[in-house]
Design a protein around this ligand. Structure first.
Ligand SMILES: Nc1ncnc2c1ncn2[C@@H]1O[C@H](COP(=O)(O)OP(=O)(O)O)[C@@H](O)[C@H]1O
Ligand SMILES: [Mg+2]
Length: 230
């Protein structure tokens, strides 16, 4: 068996956007690796390239140049189907605005990613319920998203992101729509998930939230300015 490399590796990644006659360098030569089990925040002001960086790690978008390796495998030669497979099997996504399906209840939302795993309905239901109970929402499974608070919605989104047991959870401004106390409890939940072995990568403009991570990668104008470990 070959020695597996880092879980995530960005190698001199550039992502440019054409804006009329000008070119926006959203990422301008970014390189770093993230090992299995790390809890990392990617921090920087608005417009610094954080979401672009997350889209790269999550294989939601391709770099203009450079290479991204997930679990030691390069992604630049992969087709869309192969990239979708990586996303479904390896990565759970959490977004600022939760992205829950409005007309599905909590349980159905969390069951959704399991559809792609070919599991029978009763097994999907069982696993989703288990994750929701662990997250403290066992008594809310029949609720619709609009019947929940912001913090509860984000917990449902986190349950949905983790129900497939992905190696990596990627969260883009997961506390951006929450008050600071609720935001901190969401970060604590990520901490718990991390202690159980999942690699967590959180993108945030909020220094307090980013400061909860043991490793903080600072980005500005598409470049890494600092990579601190505490
Ligand atoms: N689809 C796009 N088209 C053009 N410019 C974009 C696009 N997405 C992002 N940008 C630009 O790239 C830069 C980085 O954006 P982004 O990664 O969203 O920053 P952040 O998440 O840190 O706020 C910004 O200047 C933004 O305007
Ligand atoms: Mg952003």
């Amino acid at each position: 068996m070959p020695e597996p490399g880092p879980l995530v590796s960005l190698q001199n990644v550039h992502r440019y956007y054409a804006m009329g006659d000008t070119e926006v360098r959203a990422l301008d030569g970014v390189s770093f690796t993230i090992e299995k089990g790390e809890f990392v925040s990617i921090m920087g002001p608005s417009g610094s390239g954080k979401s672009t960086c997350m889209n790269m790690i999550g294989c939601l978008d391709r770099p203009t140049s450079g290479e991204i390796l997930i679990g030691g495998t390069g992604t630049s030669q992969m087709n869309e189907t192969e990239l979708a497979e990586i996303r479904n099997e390896t990565i759970g996504f959490v977004f600022q605005q939760y992205h829950l399906i409005a007309n599905m209840n909590v349980l159905e939302n969390v069951m959704l990613p399991l559809r792609y795993q070919g599991l029978p309905l009763h097994e999907r239901r069982h696993r989703a319920r288990e994750v929701l109970e662990r997250i403290g929402l066992g008594d809310r499974i029949k609720h619709l998203p609009h019947e929940l608070s912001g913090g509860q919605k984000q917990r449902v989104a986190i349950a949905r992101a983790t129900v497939t047991k992905p190696a990596i959870v990627l969260a883009d401004e997961p506390t951006g729509a929450l008050d600071s106390e609720t935001g901190q409890s969401v970060i604590d939940l990520f901490g718990e998930i991390n202690r159980a072995g999942t690699t967590i990568i959180i993108v945030t403009h909020d220094p307090e939230i980013g400061g909860s991570a043991r490793r903080r990668i600072h980005i500005r104008d598409g470049k890494i300015t600092e990579d601190e470990r505490v």
